[in-house]
Write a protein that binds this ligand. Sequence first.
Ligand SMILES: [Zn+2]
Length: 324
Amino acid sequence: MLRSVFNNGRGISLVTTPQIANLLARQTEFSSVGSDTPLSRISRRGVTQHTTSQSKSIRATQPIQQGQLVMVNKAVLLVHPSYWNISWPQREEITRLAISRLPGGTQKAILNLSSPPDQINLYLSYIVWAHAGFPMVIRDQKHNVLFTGISLINHSCAPNSHNRVESISFSGVVTAARDIQEGEEITISYWVDSDHSMHLRSFVERQQYIERNGRFRCECAYCEQGKAKDEILGSLLDQQKSLQQKLESSSIAGSDLPAAFKLEKLYHSLGLEILMNVPYNIIAKTYSAMGREKLASVWLERAANILALSGVETPQQQHGVDAS
Ligand SMILES: [Zn+2]
């Protein structure tokens, strides 16, 4: 199914069941011509594509502050989970059909995702396999979406930006998790959903996981340091475990507050701001145990904000719940 007027004429192709395609077609966002939401107006501000013969990346063209929007994109292709179970030739045929019906500019932008660019005879299904790792849950089915901009952002095991997919608006949203310098590469986590815990694994465990799941080889700045950060990670995990045990046994007290703030510092020193909801929650619960409810709610709100930026969608935010 195709909607070529979607997103100011950039179009979107849906490879899914007729039932889900009909459900999506009824969404206001999908059926409105040339929708111009506030989000799309500020998309791609302050970043640019950086291309070498080896790789592509997105870099900041100006300093970006923590919490600022880095990029907003609307999906150009959505694929049903069964897409991954069909044979390669069939998948290639379907992908070619889905992409061929998109407007020319969008087709070009999809080809631009491949590295090296402009390869003749390139498998389009390979581009989808390599770049459509963004999940969008529709009727409890984990679809994947492809973006032309956000799909160019590389993974880091300690990324400087949050990324989330808003299924209601078909948008991907990237927000700075910490201050980003001019010229710095924008990075996000490809370990979405439950795999987010992979950021707290040792260098060797991360590499093994990446090898097993094999969509890419991680050459992020964090991994380039090899095992150097494993020791700090070890103290972070020890500190966190001890605090969580105290929380579970309701023995946490004001004397644990310095340890809770130390945990927050350890997250910062590893560049794991995308997971900062964990120490924030522990700080909140420690304040709560001390009877300081106002401070507790401030830290709880901070934790909730981090989760929102990471795209933890509530069932109400997902497609199809109202219609089922
Ligand atoms: Zn890495």
